[in-house]
Design a protein around this ligand. Structure first.
Ligand code: PDD
Length: 282
């Protein structure tokens, strides 16, 4: 496939970076994953706004304007003809000849982007939807989970714990037993007519799918939509649980930590939410 590296487009096999890149040595960088269906980007502006915030938090100058980022995404989508793509953007602090912890002030960021195929987005149809079963663990990551850092070892280890048991994700709770997010997704629950997701803070990524789901539900549905804290006991007792991300949209969860959610089948509120999301996501 064709990729982008530091201003040029090339086959992936030709993309080379130094082993002294701080992205490689320290995980010192920021990334994004932007969905792209038939060359249409989902949530492009908020994805770039989050990338900009992450770079500012790391004191890395954003190498491109929003329009330049858009051109990179659309050029890659043109060069990689699969209809359902994730576009991965990565900015690391760049290559430093010494491995020294302090931020060097005279280096250029490394910018890499590639595309990967994602499944066809879920259609709002209970008989066709993938029902997720997930693990439940205490969140053992760091305290800057709002930053979309390329240093993902904590997330990878949590995901693997679920994966080893044949599960699709791992939902996380903090030391107060409050749900934060999942290893690569945000979390929603449904209680009757109420839809809840944890409020944004340093314990979770401000997911763009989360943002778009909240917006679509508030604009086009009658559900009571709340950004509030809830515990793992509340989650286990909920009628429905969903996880959201750019690569899965809204995924219905039927089992958490070995406990069935609701009656153990995909719920009707998921159906309504995914139908609205499918209709209004662009
Ligand atoms: N993951 N929380 C975490 C820890 C994530 O890594 C992600 C996304 C999300 C959902 O964010 P969004 O809706 O913006 O995709 C929440 C991406 C897709 C990944 O790492 O591949």
């Amino acid at each position: 496939s064709q990729v982008f590296l530091n201003g040029d487009y090339m086959p992936m096999a030709d993309a080379k970076i130094s082993p002294m890149d701080r992205g490689f040595l320290f995980g010192d960088g920021i990334y994004e994953v932007i969905p792209c269906y038939d060359k249409k980007l989902v949530g492009f502006k908020p994805h770039i706004a989050r990338l900009t915030d992450g770079l500012a938090a790391l004191e890395i100058a954003n190498p491109y304007t929003e329009q330049q980022w858009r051109d990179i995404c659309l050029t890659l989508a043109d060069q990689n003809p699969e209809p359902n793509l994730g576009i991965y953007l990565h900015v690391s602090r760049g290559t430093d000849s010494k491995r020294y912890h302090a931020y060097p002030d005279d280096i250029k960021p490394t910018v890499y982007a590639f595309t990967f195929e994602v499944p066809t987005p879920p259609v709002a149809d209970i008989s066709k939807a993938k029902a997720y079963k997930v693990a439940l663990e205490q969140d053992l990551r760091w305290q800057h989970c709002n930053i979309k850092s390329t240093a993902l070892l904590g997330n990878v280890m949590h995901f693997q714990q679920g994966y080893k048991k044949g599960l699709n994700e791992t939902i996380l709770y903090n030391q107060q037993d409050e749900i934060t997010e999942a290893s690569s997704s945000n979390v929603f629950i449904v209680e009757g007519n109420t839809i809840k997701t944890p409020p944004l803070d340093n314990q979770l990524l401000p997911g763009i799918t989360r943002l778009l789901v909240l917006k679509v539900l508030r604009q086009f549905s009658e559900f009571d939509v709340q950004e509030v804290t809830f515990t793992k006991e509340t989650l286990l007792a909920a009628d429905e649980v969903w996880i959201t991300s750019s690569t899965k949209e809204i995924a219905p969860v039927i089992e958490v930590g070995g406990h069935a959610i609701g009656d153990g089948t995909i719920g009707k509120v998921w159906l309504a939410a995914q139908a609205l999301f499918s209709q209004y996501k662009f």
